[in-house]
Design a protein. Structure first.
Length: 214
């Protein structure tokens, strides 16, 4: 495929690390801007000569908090209704122990999300689905996937542009170094990329902004 000439349109794939973005948004404005339309935001991030090919959102379902479960369910439904592909990981239960007092408790660690993001990026490049990878994350563990993309490009004689997009208040030196470009998501783009309070789905389905996020 090679580098795109000025007359060609570069196809952009956007891959969003859900929890990384969630905590960035909370650090920016608490819960106010969590009702974020990722497709709208992605379109706002495009440069001239680029076309949005797909937006993928990677997250894990909330556990043991019924109100949070309902808020997340509404948000994921709104994302799907507006064209975002949602990919779910899982939490793995772990038994932890205090070294001082010997007390034990159960905790949950997010699993598979990084692997799913890496796999999706590499697969889309390998299958020639995208020309630009836009990674919304501040997790340098994903540099391994970027290195694999470089290997694919080297084998084919192509050049995939990799752009790291850091959630508000976050950054990662590793992603800065391994990407072709990087920039942070600013508060202005977050605010103008919010869903309306009521999002229409298929048929008569509607999804409401959770009051807790006002």
């Amino acid at each position: 495929m090679g580098d795109k000439s000025n007359s060609e349109t570069a196809r952009v794939g956007v891959y969003v690390d859900g929890f990384n973005l969630y905590y960035g948004l909370k650090s920016l404005s608490g819960r106010r801007d969590l009702w974020l339309d990722l497709v709208k935001m992605a379109q706002d991030l495009l440069r001239s000569g680029q076309r949005l090919e797909r937006v993928m959102y990677f997250t894990t379902l909330v556990r043991a908090d019924p109100p949070a479960v309902e808020r997340q369910r509404a948000y994921l439904a709104a994302l799907k209704a507006h064209g975002t592909d949602v990919v779910l990981g899982r939490f793995q239960e772990q038994l932890r122990k205090c070294r001082k007092c010997g007390a034990t408790w159960r905790s949950y660690e997010e699993k598979k999300t990084d692997v799913a993001i890496a796999s999706a990026m590499v697969a889309d490049v390998a299958l020639k689905q995208v020309d630009v990878v836009m990674l919304v994350s501040a997790d340098s563990d994903l540099c391994g996937a970027v290195e694999k993309i470089r290997e694919i490009d080297g084998f084919r004689g192509t050049k995939t542009r990799v752009v790291a997009v850091f959630p508000p208040g976050k950054s990662a030196d590793g992603l800065r170094r391994c990407s072709d470009a990087w920039f942070p998501i600013g508060g202005a783009i977050v605010r103008r990329s919010q869903f309306p309070d009521v999002v229409s789905g298929l048929g008569d389905a509607v999804y409401h902004r959770p009051p807790h996020w006002n």
